[in-house]
Design a protein around this ligand. Sequence first.
Ligand SMILES: [Zn+2]
Length: 253
Amino acid sequence: MEWIKLFYFGLGALTGSFLNVCIVRLPKEESILWPRSHCPHCQKQLPWYDLIPLLSYALVQGQCRFCQRKISIEYFIVELVTAFLAVWTFDQFGLRPQGFAYFLFVASLVVITVIDIHHRIIPDVISLGGTVLGFLLSFHFLDIGYGESLIGIFMGGGILLALAWTYFKFTKREGMGGGDIKLAAMIGAFLGYKSILLVLFLSSILGSFWGLLMILIKKEGLKSALPFGPFLAGAALIVLFYGDLLLTFLGYY
Ligand SMILES: [Zn+2]
């Protein structure tokens, strides 16, 4: 066990607890900095020792210490997942500006995934903000150049826009939302145009498998469209960590 990994893990868990605040407050358009965290049921402000990532949840056994009502295990899961993603990210890109740039991207994907699952929306502040940020970071802090980033933005956004338009033309129903289009642009900004194609391809495979699985389990057709954001985000993570491997395997290089 390397101690540095434990440090990455702690950094990730701490970030995850901030992401939980974003996940709860962004859809309500509340400030993410103020007021301090409170119980979702009784609104009592939580003392500092209830805000320690992972540990606090385990110590209070998933209950508010004031009103004793259950606190969703989702908070714990988001912290744990973010902690592991931090270890992966910094292991690959190092504890340097590059590592933090990519970790910012990874953290945004976590927030987008959970918000999309709950509310079927992707906040513009993250997807559009992330697109601009990714492009700016590509000048110095990403493994791709700004040209690759710019083409990635237009390819990611453009392909999904074309798909959404075609789908609407033929079915007169909205299949893909504007949020997915902006998210694809953001992923293109951070990963570049070579990877965005792989992300789109992979996300459609993941989405199809999940759809089939749901049909088999529920033994009925899919009544509502799946939120596509989580599949885009998941595919982006796979390509970020294993993209070179996949591209080599596909004979892209
Ligand atoms: Zn409470």
